[in-house]
Design a binder for this molecule. Structure first.
Ligand code: ATP
Ligand code: MG
Length: 716
């Protein structure tokens, strides 16, 4: 029946083909990384169209990111040719919900032109709510409430359905009421926050069966990628729609569930079969992405997780190159080593856009960005801003400029009310007017104005305090080491505290970034030199559109693939991240391990893991413990590369023992005991001699002596 001869089916293996052709009824494709899950979804859309089973706009496909949606759209067009009128509804849950919600906004008390609030707006609004209720925002910060409300929304709970115990936990029992008030305010403002996009669509469907029916009828076929990372509200949303025609196909991999901290429920995979009786479950086992050694390393690592559905994975590809583990002295040497490796690859003709650096925490990007700018190596940061363009970094730099370069009006405007000190638009307007009139910078205008009665007393006092701080901090330039001074400024201005009170996961990352900023500046002789450096770095934005190396977090790398993948920072505390361990214990550790699995399985031919044996924290060098995940990699498939600085595995085993006492509580778990025993065994096996990989000598050299030295790599 199909026009185009079903060429798109060529090359699929029998299981993939079955998954593509089983277009009627519920289908769950449960399969490991790189087995072609996304490819199956794309081909299914082409198949449905080619078979004439539905027209494009009768197909709904959900991707995890907007970028993935764009890619899928292009692929479908390529496979299916011109698809007639319209395109499939293809996008993230949020994008698709927004589209539906705008069409029926009035049914949930909004106008179709409703605005979508970002986090800042959300906080501002919650502060108003708290104030109106006379609740002390110092004790009960708006940010905590925002976090709590988001969590409720992710679980599909509107104010009426929040469990009493949870509602009681905030502001002496007022949590639920505040949530309700906040929702009311949103409606008055004709606004929705991010969580509302889904929750309100769900409500729309529940309260308006006719509307639900309309969409159930429309979407003849539904497809969902990265199903393991759907949260409850997304799940409920999906289930409602799919209960129309039952033609829903979800693809996922429980081993790649990495958004538990944001409310994702991997159990949705298990619920699928009970919610959709008769669902066809298809497993794909052949990996088409990676070579044998890479796959073996990924499989060996993830086998340490207990809560798994379990899957087989094999490749018909060659064994290829073994993933490498390289120990370096510190993060600077790590960036230098990776930069060097990339240049070598480029000289051999490898394209920059086939290389990615996947970090655990965004602060790690700083060192790579600076190194690449120095080398003139084209790069881009995916899924977020570049390090020095991050909001918290810009804020911190603005403070420094206000202190060191007080004529900087933009800097002043940026932070004069961040954190909030009651200085609004109108005061700023007054300063601007005076500044324009007298042709002086804002700060100078402010100095004059606080001596007059033109500004209201409360604002005047706030401004006076701020200016006094600026002067005091300025007087410390040259007196106090500039790194310390910066920390003092961020502390005393209340800026750091603003983020500390914020309970979202992003806030913790921002605090790490601020620390990294201080670390970066300590490499410069003084504040002026550092600020000068920043201007240069900011200007260095590569304008050319050519291929570039990608730098991104592991979380952002899901679903992507590259020929060469660098995985830096495999150290205890960083990866696995201490926060996950502290907050979620064993579950947190398993999620970190899945993240490592995601990282390794992004690589087609080369996976290169790095760890540094030292990190500079507050100007002091501290020895780090290499990640326990290194212990868990199957040794037969890993090549240990020794850096010229001699920091390879040697530091690894030894520092584990050296630090055992101080880490006793964290690692006093069965997991640690096992790791300890394994390390002991390996040490015994390899003896004190070389070659074992674990027992290499630790470098005694300090960071000053390694200046200018390059990393020697054994040929890979
Ligand atoms: P992930 O779990 O990482 O999202 P996935 O299961 O979605 O992976 P895909 O990205 O669809 O896997 O496929 C991985 C790679 O294998 C892609 O480059 C894809 O083009 C290729 N591939 C998939 N199936 C086949 C096949 N039958 N023949 C050749 N190449 C294939
Ligand atoms: Mg995929």
């Amino acid at each position: 029946a199909a026009a185009g001869g079903r060429r798109y089916l060529d090359g699929l293996n029998p299981e993939q083909r079955a998954a593509v052709e089983a277009i009627d009824g519920p289908v769950l494709v449960l399969a490991g990384a790189g087995t072609g899950k996304t490819r199956v979804l794309t081909t299914r859309i082409a198949h449905i169209l080619a078979e004439g089973r539905a027209r494009a706009h009768e197909i709904l496909a959900v991707t995890f990111t907007n970028k993935a949606a764009r890619e899928m759209r292009d692929r479908v067009a390529l496979l299916a040719g011109p698809v007639g009128e319209g395109m499939p509804w293809l996008g993230t849950f949020h994008a698709i919900s927004t589209k539906i919600l705008r069409r029926h906004a009035e049914l949930v008390g909004l106008k179709s032109s409703f605005t979508i609030l970002d986090t800042d707006d959300q906080i501002r609004l919650l502060k108003q709510v708290l104030k109106a209720e006379d609740i002390d925002d110092k004790r009960w910060p708006a940010r905590s409430l925002a976090y709590q409300i988001d969590a409720w929304k992710n679980r599909g709970l509107d104010p009426a359905h929040v469990p009493a115990g949870e509602a009681a936990a905030f502001a002496n029992g007022k949590g639920g009421r505040l949530y309700a008030l906040y929702q009311e305010r949103l409606k008055i403002l004709n606004a929705a926050d991010f969580g509302d996009l889904l929750l309100e669509t769900l409500r729309l469907f529940k309260e308006n069966p006719d509307v639900l029916k309309q969409y159930q009828d429309r979407f003849k076929y539904m497809l969902v990628d990265e199903y393991q990372d759907t949260n409850t509200v997304q799940y409920l949303w999906l289930r409602l729609l799919a209960q129309g025609r039952h033609n829903v196909c979800c693809v996922g991999d429980d081993d790649q569930s990495i958004y538990g901290w944001r409310g994702a429920e991997v159990d949705n995979i298990l619920r699928f079969e009970s919610d959709f009786p008769g669902a066809k479950v298809i497993r794909l086992e052949r990996n088409y992405r990676s070579t044998g050694h890479i796959l073996a390393v990924a499989a060996g690592l993830i086998a340490h997780n207990q809560g798994r559905l379990g899957k087989t994975l094999f490749t018909d590809d060659e064994a290829g190159l073994m993933p490498t583990v390289t120990g370096v002295w510190d993060s600077e040497e790590e960036a230098r080593g990776i930069g060097e490796e990339i240049e070598q690859l480029a000289r051999k003709g490898h394209a920059y856009d086939e290389v990615a650096i996947l970090v655990r925490a965004s602060f790690q990007m700083r060192e790579f960005e600076e190194r690449f700018i120095t080398l003139g190596l084209p790069y881009r940061v995916i899924g977020g801003p570049r390090f020095y363009e991050r909001a918290e970094i810009r804020d911190a730099l603005a403070y420094l400029r206000c202190v060191a370069q007080p004529a900087d009006d933009l800097a002043f405007e940026r932070i004069y009310n961040t954190p909030r000190r009651g200085l609004g638009e109108s005061t700023l307007q007054q300063l601007h007017e005076y500044g324009r009139l007298q042709r002086v910078p804002l700060i100078e205008a402010a100095r004059f104005m606080i001596e007059t009665d033109e500004i209201k007393p409360k604002q005047r006092q706030a401004l006076r305090d701020l200016l006094a701080n600026f002067s005091r901090w300025a007087s410390l330039i040259g007196e106090k080491p500039h790194g310390e001074l910066t920390e003092m400024i961020l502390e005393e201005s209340g800026y750091t505290d603003m983020w500390r009170k914020d309970r979202t996961a992003e806030a913790a990352g921002r605090l790490e970034n601020l620390k990294e900023l201080v670390r970066a500046m300590e490499e410069f002789p003084d504040l002026a030199a550092f600020l000068e450096h920043i201007s240069l770095v900011m200007e260095a934005e590569t304008k050319d559109a050519g291929p570039r190396v990608s730098i991104m977090t592991l979380h952002a790398a899901k679903g992507l693939e590259f020929e060469t993948v660098f995985l830096p920072g495999w150290e205890e505390g960083l990866f696995p991240h201490q926060r996950s361990l502290d907050e979620s214990g064993r579950a947190g550790l398993e999620e970190e391990r899945r993240l490592a699995y995601v990282g390794i399985t992004r690589a087609r031919r080369r996976a290169k893991i790095y760890f540094a044996t030292n990190r500079r924290i507050h100007g002091l060098w501290q020895t780090t413990i290499p990640s326990r995940f290194l212990d868990e990699l199957p040794p037969d498939h890993v090549e240990v590369v020794e850096a010229a600085t001699g920091a390879a595995y040697g530091g690894y085993a030894q520092s584990r023992f050296a630090n055992m006492d101080s880490f006793g509580s964290t690692y006093g778990t069965p997991g640690w005991r096992r790791a300890q025993r394994r390390t002991e065994e390996t040490r015994a096996e390899s003896g004190a001699s070389s070659g074992g990989g674990f027992a290499r000598k630790t470098s005694q050299r300090g960071p000053m002596q390694i200046e200018g030295e390059l990393i020697a790599k054994s040929s890979a």
